[in-house]
Design a protein around this ligand. Structure first.
Ligand code: HEC
Length: 450
């Protein structure tokens, strides 16, 4: 471990990364790919003589889309780098070594994307009357680069779940073109298109000022696109999950709001089926040009699609369980090789963390114990706060905690093994026992005050 450990207190690392990443995915997939593809399609329809109202709809939505994607979209994208780079530097470091080229090329694709988007927006007024074909070409070139950018990143994300024997094989192509790469590309593009269409549908149903015929035609176009995106998303998720190893898949139902919903294992599958039905119904009422029903359904459908994004990203990250990269590195950024070597020889972890100085602190043992917690558990548990470890351990004795530290992986298949010597384990036990005793004391006091 060459980099200092940084963890987000209270909210936790995972939740912090997720909040930023889900916002980014909704904007980059839903707006930058899905909605933008639909707007370019509408503008193309006007160019092909299908009516002026298509381009009018596109023009109305283009401005807000450009503002949101180039501000919040871009900032949250950089946010993913900053957060993962500071919270998991070893993991990101390993990924950059392996996937230098796709990432490098992706930065060019992203730059081209922004330039084309701005050209499309700022040249619109001039080109829409004189050269609508050129405008459409810029638009489709933008859509193409945004797809390239999404596909480049997906290879890396797929690798983190299905690395196909890396690092033993150590071949770039095997790592990049892993089994979940292709289905995930279709899944992301299909899902993005669906979200974009739903936004467009909501605008047409609620805000469009054209004639009823025009509205009907626009609704039908959205209905067809939504149905298509649902089919692509459904088929590709089926293929995607059928390629995820069973050892991971078994605990997907526990991925969402772990502690509470895990008591109701049927909740998530049932909710998913219900959500798919609502989305399907939304596509059908748009397809048969029903403005009122479209109005009623589009907002819930849009919210459900955002829930699907959250669920997918959460499940994808969660089922990987104890690994940041299966076969290579634990979620705690300690490589499997290092963890096994330390365990075999009962070696201490702290001397390996070169940036920690536990010798000159006022309270050396607390400092050391805190570091052990940060290195071993901090990536998934905060000391207190949301799902805090103090609360999870409440009621356990020190001996119980010590025993638990030896069997974390058997306690839950998604936890990493404790890494460190026997003395370090005792040190961490004492620290955890103190945390949970403080928690119990606080909650008893709160109960008495009530
Ligand atoms: C890779 C992520 C990860 C790491 C690292 C991790 N845990 Fe967990 N832990 C979890 C998850 C997920 C749960 C289940 C949470 C739930 O059910 O709400 C959990 C649950 C627990 C529970 C409750 C178990 C129960 O049966 O109620 C305890 C106690 C716990 N962890 C302690 C630890 C300690 C101590 C460490 C460090 C040595 C650690 N964990 C490291 C992910 C992790």
């Amino acid at each position: 471990m060459n980099f200092p450990i940084l963890h987000i207190p209270v909210v936790g690392d995972g939740m912090t990364i997720a909040l930023n990443a889900v916002l980014h995915v909704c904007i980059s997939h839903g707006l930058a790919i899905g909605l933008m593809a639909m707007l370019v399609l509408f503008q193309t329809l006007t160019w092909k003589g299908k009516g002026q109202f298509w381009a009018d709809i596109a023009r109305k939505l283009l401005g807000p889309l450009v503002v949101v994607t180039t501000s919040i979209g871009a900032v949250t994208g950089v946010g993913i780098w900053i957060l993962t780079g500071s919270l998991a530097p070893e993991g990101i470091g390993a990924l950059i070594h392996l996937f230098f080229w796709p990432w490098f090329i992706e930065w060019f694709a992203f730059t081209a994307e922004v330039i084309l988007l701005l050209c499309y927006y700022y040249r619109w007024d001039k080109l829409i009357t004189t050269k609508p074909g050129t405008l459409a070409a810029i638009g489709w070139a933008y859509v193409a680069t945004s797809l390239v950018s999404a596909i480049l990143i997906t290879g890396i994300l797929g690798f983190m779940l299905t690395p196909q024997g890396w690092p033993w094989a150590r071949s770039f192509t095997e790592a990049y073109f892993n089994p979940t790469f292709v289905p995930q590309c279709f899944l992301r593009v299909g899902g993005g298109l669906g979200m974009g269409v739903l936004l467009l549908l909501a605008w047409i149903a609620w805000r469009f000022k054209g004639t009823p015929q025009e509205r009907g035609r626009a609704l039908r176009a959205c209905g067809i696109a939504l149905l298509l995106s649902l089919i692509v998303t459904a088929v590709s998720s089926y293929v995607y999950f059928s390629r995820v190893p069973l050892t991971y898949l078994t605990h997907w139902k526990f991925a969402v709001a772990t502690s509470h919903l895990s008591q109701m294992p049927d909740f998530l599958p049932t909710a998913n089926v219900a959500a798919v039905l609502v989305l399907l119904l939304t596509a059908l009422v748009a397809l048969i040009r029903q403005p009122l029903l479209s109005r009623l359904l589009c907002i819930p459908a849009l919210l459900l699609s955002i829930c699907f994004v959250m669920e997918f990203e959460r499940v994808r990250e969660f089922i990987r369980g104890p690994y940041l990269m299966p076969g290579y590195m634990h979620a705690s950024q300690i490589t499997l090789v290092e963890s096994e070597a330390l365990a075999a020889e009962n070696k201490a972890l702290l001397p390996r963390l070169r940036w920690v100085n536990t010798s000159d602190s006022q309270t050396p043992t607390t400092q050391a114990a805190k570091t052990l917690f940060a290195a071993n558990c901090g990536v998934c548990h905060a000391e207190s706060g949301i799902n805090g470890i103090d609360q999870r351990l409440a009621g356990r004795s020190a001996d119980g905690i010590n025993a638990m530290l030896g069997i974390t992986q058997r306690l839950a298949p998604y936890m990493t093994p404790f890494v460190g010597s026997e003395q370090e384990r005792t040190l961490l036990t004492e620290y955890l026992f103190e945390l949970t005793s403080n928690y119990s004391r606080r909650s008893q006091q709160a109960a008495r005050e009530k």
